[in-house]
Ligand binder design. Structure first.
Ligand code: MRU
Length: 341
């Protein structure tokens, strides 16, 4: 396969390499990803993370395995193993459905490579379109708040919600960004802070629990988050903590926007209650782990509840910014995300 390079994925020497997002920002480590087991491990440990990136990495690996001569039946099995690596982000399923269709072709090896590269190229364009559409909603002088990480690290392009924020900054409309640290895995504190720093966008890192008082003080002009799955009624699954921000936003009259590509849309999922929510290890809550070391503070045997995502009901969302443009609550109520007939 041709060489390829995004913020967090590379193809070199016919091999997939992923940037270890658990080691960032302290260390920049590129991990070789020669087989399905290694990618599943990277995805489960969140070295590879973010809804679009998971789907793209799985598609690229399948294409490489096909080029290396893996037979069709084994590729089909590999595809299903990758599909099961994380349950909530539907981009993985949507991308793999496209790869599965291509796998039925006679020249499937060449066709899988073309399809995987097309998915990467498309994702870049989707991100740009989201950034263009979303930045029109940013009022000059805005202080924006974001949660988790939705930037170039999580996509093949400029990102989704963070791409909107960066575009708004380039247009001179963003005054500063409040970055939720995003417990338990600190995607905000480690990744979004790092990406904004690289882009030169002024930000303040805050603990998740500080967002409420900032809104009460009138210091948040809008909230921008990404999505892992958007249901047909507009409900959105995203990183745990997103729902509480949406409730706070409504109480304080702060616009709450969701930015995502159409590959995050699940028209067959009627509402948020049907979205599978990943439950994760207790150790993520009893302490922290990372390139800075491992710390445990909870007493031994502490019982833990650790869902990775929550669901924000459509009624709390001011607008869904897709690559196709801004979708309003009225359009969602009228059924714009419902299955097409
Ligand atoms: O568990 P993660 O880090 O994969 O969760 C990521 C998020 O919740 C993002 O907001 C979402 O995937 C959108 S990334 C463009």
């Amino acid at each position: 396969m041709q060489t390829l390079s995004t913020t967090s994925l590379q193809i070199r020497d016919n091999q997939l390499w992923v940037l270890d997002q658990q080691a960032l920002p302290q260390k920049k480590i590129w991990c070789p990803t020669p087989d399905v087991a290694s990618l599943v491990e990277h995805i489960k440990t969140l070295r590879v993370r973010g809804a679009p990136l998971i789907g793209l990495s799985a598609s690229l690996l399948l294409a490489l395995l096909a080029e290396q001569g893996m037979p069709r039946a084994e590729l089909a099995e590999a595809l299903e193993t990758l599909r099961a690596s994380r349950p909530t982000a539907v981009n993985l399923m949507n991308n793999l459905d496209r790869m599965k269709l291509v796998l039925t072709q006679d020249n499937y090896a060449t066709a899988l490579t073309e399809e995987a590269l097309r998915l990467v190229a498309e994702d870049k364009t989707l991100c740009d379109n989201i950034a263009d559409a979303g930045s029109t909603l940013i009022v000059p002088g805005s202080r924006l708040l974001t949660h988790c990480n939705t930037g170039g690290l999580a996509t093949a392009g400029v990102g989704t919600a963070l791409g909107v924020i960066a575009r708004g900054w380039q247009q001179g409309k963003v005054a500063s960004v409040w970055v939720d640290e995003t417990r338990p895995l600190l995607q905000g504190g480690r990744l979004t802070a790092w990406e904004l720093g690289e882009l030169g966008v002024p930000y303040h890192l805050i603990c998740d629990s500080m967002a409420a008082s900032l809104m009460a003080q009138g210091k948040v002009d809008a909230i921008w988050v990404g999505a892992d799955r958007i249901a047909a009624n507009g409900d959105v699954a995203n990183k745990i903590g997103t729902y509480s921000l949406a409730v706070l936003a409504q109480y304080h009259n702060v616009p709450f926007y969701v930015a995502a590509p159409h590959t995050t849309l699940d028209r067959h999922c009627p509402d948020g209650s049907a979205i599978p929510i990943e439950q994760r290890a207790a150790s993520e809550v009893t302490g922290v782990a990372g390139s800075f070391g491992d710390v445990t503070w909870a007493p031994e045997g502490a019982q833990v509840y650790n869902p990775a995502f929550d669901v924000t009901p459509a009624s709390l969302i001011s607008g869904w910014v897709l690559d196709t443009g801004v979708v309003t609550p009225e359009q969602v109520t009228a059924g714009v995300f419902q299955p097409r007939v």
